[in-house]
Structure formats: structure tokens, C-alpha cells
Design a binder for this molecule. Sequence first.
Ligand SMILES: C[S@@+](CC[C@H](N)C(=O)[O-])C[C@H]1O[C@@H](n2cnc3c(N)ncnc32)[C@H](O)[C@@H]1O
Length: 235
Amino acid sequence: MGKDKRHLKDSQSFDLENKHKRHPKVKQAIELDGSKEALKKFYADWASDYDDDTSGLKYTACETSYGLFTSLTGSYFLKFDINDKLIRIMDVGCGTGLMGKTLYRNGYRNIDGCDLSYEMTREAEKLNIYNKLTANININKPINPDWANTFDCSFSVGVFTPGHVEPRALNQMIDLTKPGGLIIISTRIAYYETTDYQHVSDQLEHENIIKLLKVDRNQPYTDDSPAHYWAYAVL
Ligand SMILES: C[S@@+](CC[C@H](N)C(=O)[O-])C[C@H]1O[C@@H](n2cnc3c(N)ncnc32)[C@H](O)[C@@H]1O
């Protein structure tokens, strides 16, 4: 069995073995139907408890994404300096701001955020760490042209997960990001397994639109599931 296939099997069994641990909110989240209305309602209800609940379920996606981000310092394909704390960053599906908080704690001071949910961005606003927060942004749809090629680095953490966004939303991440910029995405294992994410990623690479710099597979995410973490340079 090839290396990747073995990892796949391990992650599938991990997912099955840990189903019983699944927090009821996570269970509901990954069973959403992907409609804008269902997502908005679900996150409006969860916004005020989201941080407590996710810390209870050992949600480590932001730290893991940050580790991947810093590991790319000096990459030949990136036309910005990862150590420059003023690079323009977009946090897509920022939620209550956990990724922004991780970046801010590490010195980054030029972070914008956007999300479908008004209530989640209101929670993020309380942190006072984002330059600009925009609600009612659906990353499944083309981005506002004013944002095209604007960001040195775009993160989307905890968003490429079942019932949330389509793999093709990777196109919108690319549109936001400058050529020579970086995209960091987490994919929950069940999402990777049940969507054509790999195909979409391969196709965009094949078309020389992005270059996959690194994928860290089966890394910590929540106590009920690992995730893959992807880093792409925009070409
Ligand atoms: C599990 S939360 C992750 C939030 C944050 N990134 C984190 O790591 O804590 C998923 C977030 O994605 C947002 N979201 C879901 N579908 C979206 C879409 N189509 N466009 C933009 N944001 C979306 C939700 O509103 C929610 O805030």
C-alpha cells in the first residue's frame, strides 16, 4: 500500500473510532446542507458559545495553520517576506477570530477578515485585532472585484469542511491573493474524503495557476478528527 493510501486508511479509522467523541455542535455543523441560509442560522446560534465549545474540543487548527505558514519562510515562490508583520492578510471564514488571534499574538498587524455570518464577525470585532471585517461574504461565489489580487496571504481555516464550502471556493481564495502570495487551507478529513478537493487542487496546479508548496496530512485539528493542511503559492 502506498504511503498516502496508508495515511488515508489511518485517518478514516481515526474518524470512525472517534465519532462518539464528537461534540453535538460539530456533528450538526458537518451535517449542514451547504445552503447559505442553513449556515447563517447555525452560526448565528453558535456565535456566542463558539470559542468555549471549540476550546473544549481541542481545536488546534489555527496553531497548526500558523506552523505551516511560518515553515514557508524563504520559499522561492513567495514574493513577500513571511516575517514582515505588516503583510496584508485575509482570514476567510474568520468566524469569531481565532486565526486572527493567533496571527496577532505573533505580531501580525494588517489582518482583514470576512465571513458569511454576521454574528460570528461581531464576535471577532470585539477582539479589536482586524483592520476590517466584512460579513455576508459567500466564498462559494465570485469575490468583490475590489478585493482581487489584494492579499499577500489568505487563510481559510475550519471552513473547507462538510456542509460548508465547495472545493471550487479555492478559486476565490486565489482571486483574493496577489501573484507570489500564499494560501493556507485546512480540510477536515471527512471533507477531503467526500469531495473532489484533490481533483480541484490538482487541476489548478496543472493549469499553472497555483503551486502546492506543502501539504501536511493528518495533522491535529479537533479531538474527533485530524485534517490536512495545504499551502499554495499563487503563480
Ligand atoms: C468552523 S467555523 C471556523 C471559523 C474560524 N476560521 C476558526 O478557525 O475558528 C466556519 C466558519 O465558516 C463560515 N462560513 C461557512 N460557509 C461560508 C461561506 N460559504 N463563505 C464564507 N464563510 C463561510 C461560517 O460562518 C463560520 O464562521
